[in-house]
Design a protein around this ligand. Structure first.
Ligand SMILES: *Cc1c(COP(=O)(O)O)cnc(C)c1O
Ligand SMILES: [Zn+2]
Length: 422
């Protein structure tokens, strides 16, 4: 490892060994993985690994291992994550008025969100570095993922979640997988501050996305997308932004592949925030040069984050890719979610910001009708069952699809079915 990668500060010239125990430079900024020499991995090797079902490298993360953490198979803790589908949908193309739209559903990962991609790399690193316990603060999906991976590789897991603010699907996963789950009064940002101190005091490995090895695994969303598109780069990639680790990861992946001569252009990255949790949108749409934290509020709980740790990394990606940041209202998120669900694909609310944001950027003429777009759906439709039911019991909505209550009477039932058959 020491011959392949090291940790560089994102702001100053300081560099650190890959096994440096902190995720921050002395200057206070975050660290990122950098490569000491150009990695060697061919497209043929990638394709061959995809169908090698006896190897851990069939994973949609580890088949690209030379491009992130080049571990021996014996050191890899994997649930064969990734390998997520790339969809087309007439309904969603019509809804967003973008004909050349593909939808990559990261909710199809083992624990139901893209977080698994960064978890397999960071938790493998935790084992390599000799840690016995891991911890994270989470709006839900990081904890679900961490709990699953910790269970499957025998590490103790401590999850810190904001009290009463995470969805039922996610909380239940953390409990089911056996993580010690601690509900903290306060929001995600409070929980993250707390868990950072605790990890330092107790020698526990922190698995939030300020951990640079999480970012390395998440890069494979882009790598796998490129494999699926035969390395033809789309004009735009659009995704929701919360803590901003994911856009940082996808951007890093694109710039690295360009530098290594694998792709010939950088896609434009568009980040979508909820209006009630929009500190990055405010930063990028005003003249200010540092992010102002806020108290976040949105139904899209996975992006209910007011003080995103990776904002500097994300800012570079937006600026260097000629990207864009937009925001969407609660109503726009709900409308888009109804359409994503009705398309048969389905996703949790935060994910649907991609589609809501795409519709908005198309209508503003920022994304053109003839451009190729990949929208990332980040989490599974079952992550937030309460919201699914809530949307479809709201009788004021046109697309409300409430359950019809009937007595056990064939005549009555036939009458209703005949009406619905039309
Ligand atoms: C974590 C998460 C996000 C936000 O990703 P960041 O890297 O924090 O910006 C969006 N959607 C879902 C479903 C998530 O779990
Ligand atoms: Zn520094």
């Amino acid at each position: 490892m020491s011959k392949k990668i090291r940790l560089d500060c994102i702001s100053c010239d300081k560099t650190y060994s890959y096994d440096y125990k902190s995720f921050f430079c002395d200057c206070g900024d975050l660290l990122k993985v950098s490569f000491l020499k150009k990695p060697n991995l061919s497209k043929e090797q990638i394709n061959a690994r995809s169908t090698n079902f006896s190897s851990k490298c069939q994973s949609g993360v580890w088949r690209f291992k030379e491009w992130h953490l080049d571990l021996d198979e014996s050191s890899i803790c994997t649930r064969l994550e990734g390998n997520t589908n790339l969809y087309q949908s007439d309904l969603l193309s019509k809804y967003t008025r973008v004909a050349n739209l593909r939808i990559k559903h990261e909710g199809e990962n083992p624990s139901g969100s893209f977080k698994d991609r960064g978890m397999t790399t960071a938790i493998s690193m935790a084992k390599l570095l000799g840690y016995k316990a891991v911890a994270c603060a989470s709006t839900g999906n990081t904890s679900a993922s961490m709990a699953s991976y910790a269970a499957s590789c025998g590490l103790k897991a401590f999850v810190f979640i904001p009290d009463g603010k995470i969805s039922f699907g996610k909380l239940s996963q953390s409990l089911a997988y056996g993580a010690h789950t601690l509900q903290i009064q306060g929001n995600f940002d409070d929980a993250l501050t707390l868990v950072q101190d605790l990890c330092q005091k107790k020698g526990i490995y922190l698995l939030n996305s300020l951990n640079p090895y999480r970012i390395e695994g998440q890069k494979t969303i882009f790598f796998e997308l490129m494999q699926q598109l035969n390395f033809e780069v789309p004009d735009w990639i659009i995704l929701p932004g919360g803590n901003l680790g994911n856009v940082s990861a996808l951007g890093k992946a694109a710039f690295e592949l360009k530098e290594w001569g694998i792709i010939d252009k950088i896609p434009r990255f568009a980040v979508v925030q909820a209006k009630g949790a929009n500190p990055f949108y405010l930063l990028m749409s005003t003249e200010s040069d540092s992010l102002t934290p806020m108290i976040p509020e949105t139904m899209a709980s996975a992006i209910r984050i007011g003080n995103p740790v990776s904002w500097k990394k994300a800012q570079k990606v937006i600026l260097n890719s000629n990207g864009y940041v937009t925001q969407v209202t609660e109503q726009e998120i709900m409308d888009a979610k109804t359409m994503v669900d009705r398309s048969g694909i389905g996703a949790e609310p935060a994910s649907c910001c991609s589609i809501a944001g795409l519709k908005k950027l198309q209508s503003q003429g920022i994304i053109k009708t003839n451009e190729s777009v990949v929208a990332i759906l980040t989490g599974h439709v079952l992550k937030d069952p309460d919201n699914n039911v809530k949307i479809h019991t709201d009788v004021n909505s046109d697309l409300c699809n409430n359950a019809v209550k009937l007595s056990n009477d064939m005549g009555e039932i036939e009458g209703v079915i005949d009406g619905l058959l039309g």
